[in-house]
Design a protein around this ligand. Structure first.
Ligand code: OOG
Ligand code: NI
Length: 267
C-alpha cells in the first residue's frame, strides 16, 4: 500500500469518531493555512497477534524505519517511533503497546478474553491499522475496572486499532508560529485542551513543544447493553526546534508523551 493511500484511509476512519479534528482542520484552512501532519499514533496490546512486533513489518513495508524506543513505567507501556527516510514530508508514526502482564490479575483476565478473540493472522496488510476492535465489546463493569488501573487499557478495549491521534505540524503553519497562539485559537473556539502538567508539554530546551485537545466523546454499547459515552480520539499540535547541530529534533520526549496519553482519560 502506498503511504498516501494509507494516511487517507486512516484519516477517514479517524474523523468518523473525532469530528473535532475535521472542524479544527477546517478552522486552520479558513485562516489560509495548509495543514500537514507531524505524526500519528497507535495503541495496542503486547503479547498478542497485533503486538508492536507484529505490526511493525507493515510500517516497514511502506518504507518506514524505526529510530527510537521509549518506556513508560507507571503506565506499563513501551513505544517505538518510525519515520520515512526518503519522504520526510510523510507523518512520523508513534506506536505504543500495553505490557498487559504488569497489570493486576483481574485486568489481565479481562484483557485476555479480548486477546483470545484476535485471529492469529490478523496482521495481513497496513489496513490492520484501522481495523478497530478485533473482539466483542466487554461489559461496562469490566470497562470500569480497566479505567481504574489503566485508562490506556480501557481506551484500547473500546476503540481498538485506529489512529489515536493525528498531529498538526505547527512548524508548517504560516500565520500561527507559537504553540501558545494555536492553543489560544482553540480555547477561543471552545475546545477543551489537555491540561495535565500545563497546556504546553515540553519546551524549546527539549526541542519539542506539544499540546492536544481532550478526546471527543462517543456513544458506546457494552456487552450488557449498557450505553455510555466514552473517549474516542484527540487532535495534537507539535512544534519542533533545532538541536545544537542545526537540524530539527525529530524524535519524541517521554515526559511530554506521558501527559499526552492522558488526552483519552475518561474524565
Ligand atoms: C501517544 C502519546 C504520545 C506523543 O506525541 O508524544 C504521543 C498516545 O496517546 O497513544 O503521541
Ligand atoms: Ni503524539
Amino acid at each position: 500500500m502506498q503511504a498516501s493511500e494509507f494516511f487517507d484511509s486512516l484519516w477517514q476512519q479517524y474523523i468518523k469518531v473525532t469530528p473535532q479534528a475535521n472542524r479544527i482542520q477546517a478552522l486552520f484552512k479558513s485562516h489560509g493555512e495548509s495543514v500537514l501532519n507531524d505524526h500519528v499514533a497507535f495503541r495496542t496490546f503486547a503479547n498478542s497477534p497485533v503486538s508492536l512486533a507484529k505490526l511493525e513489518p507493515q510500517l516497514i513495508s511502506m518504507g518506514y524505519q524505526a529510530y527510537g524506543a521509549f518506556r513508560f513505567e507507571n503506565k506499563h507501556l513501551v513505544a517505538r517511533c518510525y519515520k520515512h527516510p526518503e519522504h520526510d514530508e510523510l507523518p512520523k508514526v508513534f506506536l505504543s503497546e500495553l505490557l498487559v502482564n504488569e497489570l493486576p490479575d483481574n485486568c489481565q483476565a479481562i484483557i485476555q478474553t479480548m486477546i483470545k478473540q484476535i485471529p492469529v493472522d490478523a496482521v495481513q496488510s497496513p489496513a490492520v491499522f484501522w481495523s478497530g476492535t478485533l473482539w466483542q465489546p466487554l461489559s461496562f463493569n469490566d470497562y470500569q475496572t480497566l479505567t481504574e488501573h489503566s485508562e490506556y487499557a480501557a481506551w484500547l478495549s473500546t476503540m481498538g486499532l485506529q489512529a489515536n491521534h493525528f498531529t498538526v505540524s505547527i512548524n508548517l503553519l504560516e500565520g500561527f508560529t507559537s504553540i501558545e497562539q494555536v492553543n489560544q485559537l482553540l480555547l477561543d473556539e471552545g475546545y477543551r485542551l489537555n491540561e495535565v502538567g500545563g497546556l504546553v508539554k515540553g519546551s524549546p530546551s527539549v526541542y519539542l513543544e506539544q499540546s492536544s485537545t481532550m478526546a471527543d466523546k462517543i456513544e458506546y454499547t457494552f456487552s450488557d447493553a449498557k450505553t455510555s459515552t466514552i473517549p474516542s480520539c484527540f487532535y495534537e499540535f507539535a512544534r519542533r526546534h533545532k538541536t545544537p547541530d542545526g537540524v530539527l529534533f525529530d524524535s519524541f520526549i517521554e515526559g511530554n508523551a506521558d501527559k499526552i496519553f492522558d488526552s483519552t482519560n475518561s474524565n
